[in-house]
Design a protein. Sequence first.
Length: 349
Amino acid sequence: MPSDVKRSTSATAPVEPLIEPPSVKLIVRLFVIPFFIVAVAVGIMFLIGRMAGGEPTLDEALARLKSPGGERTADVLVGPASKQRYIDAKTVVDKMKLGMSEAERVTLTRDLIDIIDNYTRSDEGDVRHFMLLALGRAWQRMPSDPPMDSPAAIEARQRAMATILKYADDPQIMTRKAAILSLGFWSNREEAKQAIPKLIEKVRDEREDLDVRMAAATSLGPIASPNDAAVLDALRFATRDTDPKDIELVWDASLSLAQLNQPDSAETIEGLLDRDQLAKVQVYDRDTDPKNPVFRSLSDAEVQRILINTMIGASKLQVPAVQERIRKLAESDPSARVREAAQEVLHSH
């Protein structure tokens, strides 16, 4: 995922992506709901791991992440040490995907905070971004998990949240995005309430980087509640943005409103489930050539991602017109991936 908190951004059990893994910034830009984030990270890091042979143990990976990375040429880290750090980050993510005990989570939280604070650099973006996302994932609550509310676990979560919130104000834009995205994993955790004021602040701050605002809008959906008036007001503030360059912020905020079962998001959600409307959309491409951004149409792969991610994010929106659009996609969309995703959404509710 963060090959693009640089260029490659919702919520219960993790869902494996039904399409090829996008990059982290593309995820942010296409408002992928937070439980996709680590799945994408695993996909990217799996490719790196294939290139390097055997995978280290978790202890080996954590120990090596406390060693210097590769040399930097221009904006790219190079050399075997750099590649090894990516592989080590992959090992951490893979271990977390398999599930951990409370004691393991407490220990991993301590190690991740130590690595983030003392063994990553601001110019070594991607490794720090992976570690921030892993720190968020460390306390992701799955339906089968026990409460994990021992004093040690509560203290570890408090330290993790404090670290994430600190980096949410980092001078580096991509670091801010990674920290904010990691908050999307804190659904059903009491500590998530501590993050809500910061996310509201980011969504409302029109001086903040657009992708950071988008990440904040995306993370609010999973961790807020439908009764949180300040959250709803902030998201609705974002949906009223009329600048064509900010259309994806409107989408992200609308999707979070849909996750919170707010019917006023339905019009935008219906548009995001309509291929004909998506064919007319012009998104502001800030990625291909950052110095010369331009408006462009969506590719078919992007349309598929939008359809799939919107269906998943809006599955709890109790608006008949939205549910009817999902049924139509399940029956007749030209993409088998989209049809399969729609059928899964319908069967799960």
